[in-house]
Write a protein that binds this ligand. Structure first.
Ligand code: SAM
Length: 288
């Protein structure tokens, strides 16, 4: 079944009286080349477990099932379950879970399936919750190997951004701390039906065995990042006061010791510089 064809999507919608929901971010992929690029970039082999977020009508699910040991697809929309049972009926290695991905335990799925190969997370993400989905996977330390997902281009740019760029911020650092980020392909809005208002991009995130920097206290590291970007126009001397437990003189001392000019702004700092500030503040915290 050619699920990337607009005509097929219309026919299936008619047969199942399915009405797409804008609020669930239902923009179905209608470009075979892009489907193929996502699947190739996911690097799926026959021992692998694939967890798919938001299968929709199953356009990616079909191709993943051709390559994987097993595919577990999580779809919130109950009205898509009979559609998926129809479109994926010839595959015996697919399980559909009708659940909200934000409430679902990836870890339980992986522990239950015990794949002998890798764990690949894939999906054309519902745009209204792109960041919460990615942050959930990273915060819960899900034992997955890679995450290959389509998202709105603006979020992809924030994830990929380097220091000094306009889009660099807390999300760039949070993802790059745990993952190696690869840009797979940019996708125009015309590749979906219905057509969304924004363009998209596919990123592959490879979860690192060791974080990108060693920090003494992760909470302090992320508190510095949050405070720095919470007031990104302010100098570090002012924005880091937002952490709340250190007075200005301690912040000035720590920045000077770290060799960082206190009038710089968070958007110019590398991850290593944030780590160095956080480690020094962790030491200072012991004296409070
Ligand atoms: N994979 C299909 C494709 O590429 O054509 C559909 C992608 S569509 C952008 C996003 C899918 O995620 C929809 O099927 C939508 O119903 C589903 N979805 C939305 N919110 C969800 C949630 N919280 N949990 C699980 N699935 C969700």
């Amino acid at each position: 079944m050619k699920l990337y064809k607009t005509k097929t999507i219309r026919e299936i919608s008619g047969q199942h009286e399915f009405r797409h929901s804008r609020s669930l971010g239902q923009n179905f992929l209608t470009d075979k080349n892009i489907r193929d690029r996502i699947i190739e970039a996911s690097d799926i082999s026959s021992e692998d477990l694939v967890i798919e977020i938001g299968p929709g009508m199953g356009v990616l699910t079909q191709e993943a099932a051709e390559r994987a040991g097993k595919v577990v697809a999580i779809e919130i929309d109950r009205s898509l379950i009979p559609v998926l049972e129809h479109t994926l009926s010839e595959y015996s290695n697919i399980e559909i879970i009708n659940e909200d991905v934000l409430r679902c335990s990836f870890r339980n799925i992986i522990e239950r399936e015990r794949p002998s190969g890798k764990v690949r997370i894939i999906g054309n993400l519902p745009y209204y919750i792109t960041t919460p989905i990615i942050m959930k996977i990273l915060k819960e330390d899900v034992p997955a190997d890679s995450i290959t997902v389509m998202m709105q281009d603006e979020v992809a740019q924030r994830i990929e951004a380097a220091p000094g760029s306009r889009t660099y911020g807390a999300l760039s650092l949070a993802v790059q701390y745990s993952c190696r980020v690869t840009h797979i392909i940019s996708v125009p809005r015309e590749a979906f039906v219905p057509k969304p208002k924004v363009d998209s991009a596919v990123l592959r995130l490879d979860i690192k065995e060791r974080k990108s920097v060693d920090v003494k206290d992760e909470r302090m590291f992320f508190a510095c990042i949050r405070a720095g970007f919470g007031q990104r126009r302010k100098t570090l001397l002012n924005s880091l006061s937002g952490i709340g437990m250190f007075d200005r003189e301690i912040i000035r001392k720590v920045l000077t010791e770290a060799g960082i000019d206190p009038v710089r702004r968070a958007e110019t700092l590398t991850m290593e510089e944030f780590a160095s500030i956080a480690d020094k503040l962790s030491e200072e915290q012991k004296n409070i």
